[in-house]
Design a protein around this ligand. Structure first.
Ligand SMILES: [Zn+2]
Ligand SMILES: [Zn+2]
Length: 139
């Protein structure tokens, strides 16, 4: 079992999978996602600031929905994300199609290297955690 601190409300929670956000905050985010999605469906021409003001969802969260590829804006929407590599305007995700294609190549070779090195590392981590717990108790 993995206990983590929620990056939104800073409370401890049992982490299962996905980002470090507790179930409560995840649900809240899900509700906000639906609100933004619905708002954009009705107002496809709204700017990022307008959407944020009208839905009371922070811009950073709307951006992260877009970056996750969960939310998409229409081609004529003023809302634009920029490619994290070259700054090109994109509609969704983190990279433009050109950069994501070249990144995919890089990532798959990096992933191969990681799986090769991973097995002994997890054992090391476990041992480290145990040591940490023990020294914690001494204090
Ligand atoms: Zn939380
Ligand atoms: Zn790019």
């Amino acid at each position: 079992m993995d206990v983590r601190v929620c990056k939104r409300c800073k409370k401890m929670f049992q982490h299962v999978t996905g980002p470090d956000v507790c179930p409560k905050c995840k649900q809240k985010e899900e509700e906000m996602f639906q609100v933004v999605k619905e708002y954009l469906r009705k107002n496809p021409g709204a700017s990022m600031n307008t959407v944020s003001q009208e839905t009371e969802v922070p811009v950073s969260l709307i951006e992260s929905f877009l970056r996750q590829g969960r939310l998409e804006v229409t081609a004529d929407s003023p809302i634009r994300l920029s490619c994290e590599t070259c700054g090109e305007n994109i509609l969704t995700g983190r990279f433009c199609s050109k950069c994501s294609a070249s990144l995919m190549g890089d990532l798959s070779s990096a992933a191969k290297q990681m799986t090769r090195a991973q097995a002994p590392k997890t054992e090391e981590k476990k041992a480290e955690k145990m040591r940490f717990l023990r020294s914690d108790r001494i204090k």
